[in-house]
Design a protein around this ligand. Structure first.
Ligand SMILES: *Cc1c(COP(=O)(O)O)cnc(C)c1O
Length: 247
């Protein structure tokens, strides 16, 4: 067989299996330390920059959830993986332009990066033809700086205030408001970032009791995120290795 992008080489499979075992152990240990049930935390394998064959290797090792942050790359990879007979649950986790909404809802079951009313509306319209709603997480800005993406808690901005974005998602029949997502700001200690996020999430759930998902924590800080209530961790480099480009 030729070495196509969906051929899984045995040495690569072994490497990924080792990474996966380490990450699963970290998650289990973090859950135990936090007194949480392991079943409460879903690991999303972030496969950006890595080929479809890595997705197939992960799926073969029992990983059901994959994350991507760029539509063009994700759309092609999802199609390749599907052609190989595998359909993981795709989470879109990157900044999303409204004109990409239509493409993203063709393969993504979850969009974690909804951070404006205008994007929520575009996604809601794009998702109308689907047989199942798209689960939407509102991405929250932990430091309140909307320039870096994320809806802002406590802000009355009609486009980027957290309450307005949540209302727009909740009001779209083809979307399901599933919860919140955040990335810890680079210059904040993860401890401080996720403690702040936990406060925001608690207040959010009081208003939207069904929106229980909390997507927080990556390769470097998943333990802290789990301690502060993360239900989804998004893990890339600890599974697949360092990415060649920073993004
Ligand atoms: C790339 C990315 C991740 C994974 O980061 P790692 O440090 O490689 O685990 C998680 N979340 C988002 C939003 C990302 O873009």
């Amino acid at each position: 067989m030729t070495d196509s992008s969906t051929t899984v080489r045995p040495d690569r499979r072994a490497e990924i299996a080792a990474g996966l075992a380490r990450v699963r152990a970290r998650i289990a240990d973090a859950c135990a330390a936090a007194g949480r049930d392991r079943a409460e935390v879903t690991m999303i394998a972030v496969t950006k920059t890595y080929p479809a064959s890595d997705v197939l290797a992960l799926a073969g090792l029992g990983v059901t959830d994959m994350g991507e942050n760029r539509d063009q790359e994700a759309a092609g990879k999802a199609a390749e993986v599907a052609a190989a007979g595998v359909v993981p649950r795709w989470h879109f986790i990157g900044r999303l332009q409204r004109n990409k909404a239509r493409s993203v809802v063709r393969y993504a079951d979850v969009v974690q990066s909804v951070d404006s009313v205008r994007l929520a509306r575009a996604l809601g319209t794009a998702a109308e033809g689907r047989d199942r709603p798209v689960s939407a997480l509102v991405q929250v800005s932990i430091d309140g700086d909307p320039a870096r993406g994320g809806a802002v808690p406590g802000s009355s901005d009609p486009d980027t205030g957290l309450d307005a974005v949540a209302e727009a998602v909740a009001g779209a029949p083809a979307l399901r408001l599933a919860g919140l997502m955040a990335v810890a700001p680079l210059e904040w200690e993860p401890e401080r970032a996720f403690a702040r996020l936990a406060e925001v999430a608690a207040a959010f759930r009081a208003v939207h009791p069904g929106a229980t998902a909390l997507s927080a924590g990556m390769s470097g800080d998943l333990e802290v995120a789990i301690r502060y209530g993360a239900t989804h961790v998004r893990v890339g480099s600890a599974l697949l290795g360092m990415r060649p480009t920073l993004r």
